[in-house]
Design a protein. Structure first.
Length: 561
C-alpha cells in the first residue's frame, strides 16, 4: 500500500476519533439469533446481521492488517466452536483512493456451531464491528442479542440455497485483494500467469498447432516480422476479450452462451472450411488493399489480428469467468489505464507461447508446404468441432476421425523428396490422432445424476446429506470434458456416492428457469459446481467454475461434509 494511502487513513481515523462526540453514534448493526438444530449439548444455529443503509462493516478477514475485523462471540449460555462467516464484497470508498477493501453490508448470515453450558436457558451473542460510510468511520461497537434454545426450522429450511449470499466469483475477490494489498505490478504478473495457463484449457489447446502453422507460413524468417505478427495477435486477443466481457456484462447472459446459436456455429464451421481451402492452395488470404498499403504489403499483420479475434471467440466458454471477474474489478476501479493494462497482461500471457515459439521456426521452405497441407485437414476437423453442439458427439467424433485419416493417407501418398521427413512426420501425427477418434469407445460408467429439484435439496438437508449441483449446458465443451474425464473416474464416483447428485440444465439461456437459477446461484459461466454441506449451507470455498481433472476434484469433494 502506498505511503500516501497510509497517511490518509491515519488522518481519517484520527479525525473520526476526535469527532466521535459530534457524530451519530447510534448502532449501525442489529442482530438476531436462532438455534436451528440441537443434539444434546451440541447446537447449530444462525446469526442474522442487518447493516444500516449507507453503512458497511469490515469483513471477518479484512484486506489490511490494521482494520478491525467483524467477529462473533458468545458471552453467556454456550461456547462458540465455529462460525461460517459469509463471502465479503470488495468495494472502493472515497477514503481508500479508489482501492477496493473487503466489507459486509445490508443483511448477511453467520451460521454457527456451539456447545451449551450446563443449565443454560438462553444464549447471549456479541458481534463486534466497526461501521463506516463513504466519508467517516465510527468507533468500534458491539451488537448483542439474547435468544432461546427452541429450534427454529424456518431458518434451517431456507439456509440451503446460496441466493444472494453466493460468491459472485471467488477469483474476482482474490484478484481484488491482491491488487489492494500487493499493488498493480504483482497483479499484472498474476494475470500474465493466468493467461499463460489458459492455453491448456480444452477450448484453446486445439488451436495452438493451427495458430503456429499460420504464423510460420506468414513469417519470412525475420525476428522483427515474427514479433510484429505476435503483437498483432495479442492485440486481437485484447480487443476480443474486452468486447466479449462488455457484451456479457450488458447482456446478462452466461458467458459463451451465444455460441449455441446455430447461425454462429455454422458460420464458424464454414470459416474453417474456407481457411482449409486456402491451405490447399485454392486461394491466398489477402487483406483489403488499404490495409496492405498502410502496412507496406505485410498482409500477415491483419491476419494475425484476425487469428487473435478467432481464438478469443473459441476460448470464450473456457475463459469467460476469468474475463468477467476481471471486468468487474476494472469497473470497480474506474481507471481505464489500469483496466487496459490488466486486460493486456491477461492477453499477453495467452499469446506469449506464440511469441516464444515463433522464434524457433526455421526460414520458409518446402517444409512449410507440408505443414500447410496438414493444417488444412486439421481445419476441416475444426469445422466438426464447431458443429458438435448441433450434430452430437457421434457425428463429431467420426467427422474429426475421417478428416485426419484422409489427411494422413494424402500425405503418405504424396510424392517428392523435398520435405519428405516432415511430410511423413505430419502424416504420422494425423494418423495417430485420427485413429484415436475412430477407435470405438466402450460405455463407461459415470456419476448418476438427478434433475434439479429444490425439494430434493430440502430433503437432503433434512437427512443431513451433502449435495453437489452441476450447472451445465449442451453447448458447453468443458462440461463435456468433466463428464468424460472427471465424472467417469472410479475414485470420484465412489466419493460422490455420499452426495445427493443434481444436474441443472442451463442450455436455454432465455428460459425463465435458467434465468432464475443463474440469478439465484450467481452463476457466471458453465460448468459451475456448487457444494452444499450436510447442514444445508453452501461451502463457498469449494465452488468450482470450469474444468478440473479427477485428482484435484476428488480432494475438493473430501472437504465437503
Amino acid at each position: 500500500m502506498s505511503r500516501r494511502l497510509v497517511l490518509l487513513l491515519v488522518a481519517f481515523a484520527a479525525a473520526s476519533a476526535s469527532a466521535q462526540f459530534s457524530l451519530d453514534t447510534s448502532p449501525k448493526v442489529t442482530i438476531e439469533g436462532a438455534v436451528t438444530s440441537r443434539n444434546g449439548d451440541a447446537i447449530e444455529g444462525v446469526i442474522i446481521a442487518k447493516v444500516a443503509d449507507g453503512w458497511h462493516i469490515n469483513s471477518h478477514t479484512p484486506t489490511f492488517d490494521y482494520a478491525i475485523p467483524t467477529a462473533l462471540a458468545f458471552t453467556d449460555g454456550a461456547e462458540l466452536t465455529s462460525a461460517a462467516y459469509p463471502q465479503h464484497k470488495m468495494q472502493s470508498f472515497a477514503f481508500t483512493e479508489g482501492k477496493p477493501i473487503a466489507v459486509y453490508e445490508h443483511t448477511f448470515q453467520i451460521p454457527f456451531k456451539g456447545k451449551l453450558k450446563s443449565g443454560a436457558q438462553n444464549i447471549t451473542a456479541d458481534l463486534r464491528y466497526q461501521a463506516c460510510n463513504d466519508s467517516v468511520c465510527l468507533p468500534p461497537n458491539n451488537a448483542k442479542v439474547v435468544f432461546g434454545l427452541v429450534e427454529d426450522r424456518r431458518l434451517s429450511s431456507t439456509a440451503f440455497t446460496p441466493l444472494s449470499e453466493a460468491p459472485k466469483n471467488p477469483t474476482r475477490d482474490k484478484l481484488a485483494e491482491t491488487f489492494a494489498s500487493k499493488g498493480l505490478p504483482l497483479t499484472l504478473g498474476l494475470l500474465f500467469l493466468g493467461g499463460l495457463a489458459l492455453n491448456l484449457t480444452p477450448c484453446v489447446l486445439p488451436l495452438i498447432p493451427i495458430t503456429l502453422g499460420f504464423f510460420a507460413m506468414q513469417s519470412d524468417g525475420r525476428r522483427s516480422r515474427r514479433f510484429a505478427l505476435s503483437s498483432m495477435y495479442v492485440l486481437g486477443l485484447v480487443v476480443m476479450y474486452s468486447a466479449l466481457g462488455v457484451m456479457a456484462a450488458i447482456g446478462g447472459k452466461l458467458f459463451g452462451a451465444w455460441l449455441q446459436l446455430p447461425a454462429v456455429l455454422i458460420g464458424f464451421a464454414i470459416l474453417m472450411l474456407v481457411l482449409a481451402s486456402s491451405m490447399f492452395g485454392a486461394f491466398e488470404i489477402q487483406p483489403p488493399r488499404w490495409i496492405a498499403n498502410r502496412s507496406q504489403g505485410r498482409a500477415g499483420l491483419a491476419g494475425a489480428a484476425a487469428m487473435g479475434l478467432v481464438v478469443g471467440i473459441v476460448a470464450a466458454p473456457c475463459v469467460g469467468p476469468v474475463v468477467i471477474s476481471l471486468l468487474t474489478l476494472v469497473a470497480q476501479l474506474g481507471d481505464p489505464v489500469v483496466g487496459g493494462a490488466m486486460f493486456a497482461a491477461l492477453a499477453f500471457g495467452l499469446g506469449f507461447p506464440y511469441l516464444a515459439l515463433l522464434n524457433v521456426f526455421p526460414k520458409p521452405g518446402e517444409w512449410m508446404v507440408q505443414v500447410k497441407k496438414a493444417m488444412g485437414f486439421v481445419l476441416v476437423a475444426m469445422a466438426f468441432y464447431f458443429l458438435r453442439p448441433l450434430t452430437g458427439d457421434e457425428v463429431y467424433r467420426w467427422g474429426v476421425a475421417i478428416s485426419l485419416l484422409v489427411g494422413a493417407v494424402f500425405l503418405f501418398a504424396s510424392r517428392g523428396t523435398a520435405g519428405r521427413a516432415l511430410r511423413l512426420a505430419c502424416a504420422s501425427l494425423l494418423l495417430v490422432a485420427g485413429a484415436a477418434f475412430a477407435i470405438p469407445r466402450g460405455e463407461t460408467a459415470g456419476v448418476q445424476w438427478s434433475k434439479y429439484d429444490v425439494n430434493a435439496i430440502s430433503a437432503a438437508s433434512a437427512q443431513k446429506r451433502p449435495v453437489v449441483i452441476d450447472f451445465y449446458a449442451d453447448w458447453c465443451l468443458p462440461c463435456k470434458e468433466l463428464d468424460a474425464k472427471t465424472f467417469s473416474d472410479p475414485a470420484v464416483i465412489a466419493e460422490m456416492n455420499r452426495f445427493v447428485r443434481i444436474k441443472a440444465d442451463l442450455t436455454l439461456t432465455n428460459d425463465e428457469k435458467t434465468q432464475a437459477l443463474t440469478k439465484q446461484y450467481a452463476i457466471l459461466g458453465v460448468p459451475t459446481i456448487v457444494f452444499i454441506d450436510s447442514s444445508g449451507r453452501e461451502v463457498t470455498s469449494a465452488r468450482l467454475t470450469g474444468y478440473e481433472p479427477p485428482a484435484p476434484f476428488l480432494e475438493r469433494l473430501k472437504k465437503v461434509r
